[in-house]
Design a protein around this ligand. Sequence first.
Ligand code: ADP
Ligand code: MG
Length: 246
Amino acid sequence: MAIIALRGITRRFASTEALAPVDLTVEDGRFVALVGPSGCGKSTLLRLVAGLDRPTAGTVSVDGRPVDRPGPERGVVFQQPALFPWLDVAANIRFGLDEAGMPRAEADRRVADWIDAVGLQGFERALPAQLSGGMAQRAALARALAPAPGTLLLDEPFGALDRITRNEMQDLLVRVRQATPATVLLVTHDVEEAVYLADRVIVLSPRPGRIVADLTVELPARRIRTDPGFVATRVRVEDALGAAMA
Ligand code: ADP
Ligand code: MG
């Protein structure tokens, strides 16, 4: 597992200041959710940690190493499953393992394990276009996690799914994380999702995004959305988000 550190991060696109200086440390093995109004720079921040973009100022490091490109040690899942459309499910999950030079037999085993872990048995040879949205996200999650990355970066990964499928995917994420511990940074606009999954919820202001609240979620690992403690935490985050937008 990994430690993510952002120091004095800003990002400007021409005249748009997307991120104000942001300082954030995500400790080893933590699950941090990032919430904030649309356009406040959440995806920008996540892309910087993924190494898909560079900050205008400041530094991003993972385990003390500056991030300057994507890498299999940082798995990424976006809202739209970024699967290779010409590769079947098994080949998509395999992709990062081949890149990492994993021996063939071991990669075969790892792919089979992940197909099972995300419930895609029987769809190994299916192409992404033949999958439902939820199945495609299962494959995307398996692809991101198969190389056992220290960091998992999720940008509204379940945002396009219906409520029932989204809840199933949240439980799937909880399960696979027990088997494959990773430090997680999750961008979501769904406060309930943030409180269901995270140990800590960071609230960003409207653009340019800066951290306006940093809330610890003091709930048991297995959460029930209707429990009074859960509801109280959800309201606390909603209040912080409301205050940020006021
Ligand atoms: P969020 O994910 O919180 O909705 P984003 O990080 O996607 O917000 O965007 C933050 C701001 O930066 C928005 O105003 C968006 O239009 C702008 N932005 C993001 N990426 C680019 C880009 N590549 N070029 C120009 N502007 C961008
Ligand atoms: Mg976004």
